[in-house]
Structures are given as C-alpha cells and as structure tokens.
Write a new protein. Structure first.
Length: 110
C-alpha cells in the first residue's frame, strides 16, 4: 500500500484518448484518458500499468497488475473501460468519443 501511494504519475505515456461531454451550460468539456507503459512491479515478478482519467471527477492514479507486461496493459484497458462507463453513467450517458458510433467509447467490455 505504501508503494502505491508514492506513485505520482503514469510514467511514460503510451496511449491517450480524448472524450467529450456536453455539460449543463452546453459547453463541451474534455475528459482525457492516459495510459502509462507497463513496468515491473517493485519487489515482485509481476508487472503494473498506471492510468488516469483527467478533466472531470477524481483524477486519481489507478494501477492495473498482470503476470507480464501485456496482461498488465490488458487489465488497465479493461479497468479504464469500467471507470469510463461509471463516469458516463454519472454524467447521464453524455460522454462522446469521435472515433465511434453514438454511445460507444471504444474500450473493452462495452
């Protein structure tokens, strides 16, 4: 737990996505998704992959773990999708991603 609290950034950014939502004043607000490069977990043979949602809500740093770097990245994308779906529900299903049909946000598990 102490190690996780020391992490301040996602590290080397390997992927980003911009989502938008129309707020109550009819202004487009940007919501960014940032995914860091999977890294070995200190004191373990596993890997971790940090990600963050910024622009609305709590910009807390999240960590996904996996047996190897690919599994950590896959886990991060699944967790990002879960977080984005939760945020979208809280916003009244008003999140938009320009790269998909209406209502799709382009993350696994949708």
């Amino acid at each position: 737990m102490e190690r996780a609290m020391q992490v301040r950034t996602v590290g080397e950014i390997i992927a980003t996505r911009e989502l938008y939502y129309l707020d109550d004043t009819y202004q487009n607000k940007r919501v960014g998704v940032i995914v860091g490069k999977p890294q070995p977990t200190p004191d373990s043979s596993e890997f971790q992959c940090h990600f963050q949602l910024i622009g609305i809500g709590n910009p807390a740093l999240h960590t996904a773990r996996g047996y190897d770097s690919l599994q950590a990245l896959q886990s991060a994308l699944i967790l990002v999708g879960t977080n984005v779906r939760h945020l979208n529900d809280k916003l009244g299903r008003r999140l938009i991603w320009g790269g998909a049909d209406k209502g799709e946000l382009g993350f696994p598990g949708q």
